[in-house]
Every structure is written in C-alpha cells, then in structure tokens.
Design a protein around this ligand. Structure first.
Ligand code: FE2
Length: 179
C-alpha cells in the first residue's frame, strides 16, 4: 500500500464530520470528485488533489446577523482558508499522513480561494490550481453549494469509490505517495 491515509479514514474522522459537515458535505465530495478528474488530466497526484478537495472548506464558519447570512460581513471578515489549512494539516498529521503530503494539501487548502488575500499576483502550483478549479466548478450562486444535502451512506459510497480510483491510478502509473 503506497498511501498512508485513505480518503475514507479522513472522511469518517469526527473532525471532518463536524467541520466539513458544517460547510457542506455534498459540496466537499463533489469537489473531491472534480479534483480527481482534473488532476489526472493534468498529471497531478490525485491522492493529494482529492484529499485537498474534500478538506478545502474545513475552516468555514457561519456569519449570521439576526438569523440571516450576512454576505458582506462574511466577505470582510472571512479567513476560512487560513483556518482550514491549519485544521486540515493537524487532522492529516494526526491520521498519520506523510508530512510532505500534509504540507502540500494544507497549502492547496490555503490557496483554494484568493477572496481573503490582498490584491496581488499569486503563482499557484499545479496541485493548487486543480483544487481551486474544482471548487469553482462546483460553486452555485449565493453560496447555495454549502447547503446541498447528501445522505451519509451515499457519501461513504462515493468516498470509497474515490479511494479505489486513486489506488488504481497510482498503481497503473507507478506513482509513489509524494509528488
Ligand atoms: Fe468550496
């Protein structure tokens, strides 16, 4: 086995269930699936891309004002990518992920959006681009993608499918766990 941590192990972890559940599990799984396809088209390690896709919004929290989502307040104060990068990294290390992989995945989470960053020009790595693209492809107007629902048995089935597709790909392409 060339992977130290499966997607399923990350998915079932209470930290993932709590925080990714909060920002939308259906969106997270859909981004992970899109990241799989984009990454193999671009020659990026799908193991890293899919894990970053699943965890990209793990730093989200809610901005409510009088019971309503306040998008302006969110725009001004949001740092979910920063929080998410730290949270994803801690989770990955705790689950036994290779440390170089944990760093690469955390950086892809950190840079999956630039909405919180000062104006400037970022040069993203191929892995970081894959995750940002997969997220963008799944977004719906008004942040509705965060509210899409999925039942837990369907979710687990799709996670297992991703694990087996990643393993198949790595095996056929003789890839080691870091790239
Ligand atoms: Fe997202």
């Amino acid at each position: 086995m060339i992977r130290k941590v499966t997607l399923e192990e990350l998915f079932v972890h209470p930290i993932t269930q709590k925080y990714v559940g909060r920002s939308g599990m259906a969106h997270a799984i859909s981004v992970a699936e899109k990241a799989f396809h984009i990454s193999i088209n671009k020659g990026v390690n799908p193991d890293l891309a899919v894990k970053a896709g699943l965890l990209h919004d793990i730093g989200h929290y809610e901005w409510y004002q009088n019971g309503e989502w306040d998008f302006q307040l969110y725009k001004e104060n949001d740092i979910h990518a920063i929080k998410g990068a730290a949270r994803a990294h801690k989770l990955l290390v705790r689950c036994g992920e290779n440390l170089q992989n944990a760093k690469a995945i955390a950086l892809a989470v950190l840079l999956h959006t630039d909405s919180y960053l000062p104006e400037g020009h970022l040069q993203l790595t191929p892995l970081q681009k894959v995750v940002a693209e997969a997220d963008e492809a799944d977004e719906e107007p008004g942040g509705n993608h965060h509210y899409r629902q999925i039942d837990s048995s369907t979710a687990l089935k799709r996670i297992k499918k991703l694990d087996s597709n990643i393993e198949k790909y790595l095996k056929t392409n003789h890839l080691e766990q870091t790239s």
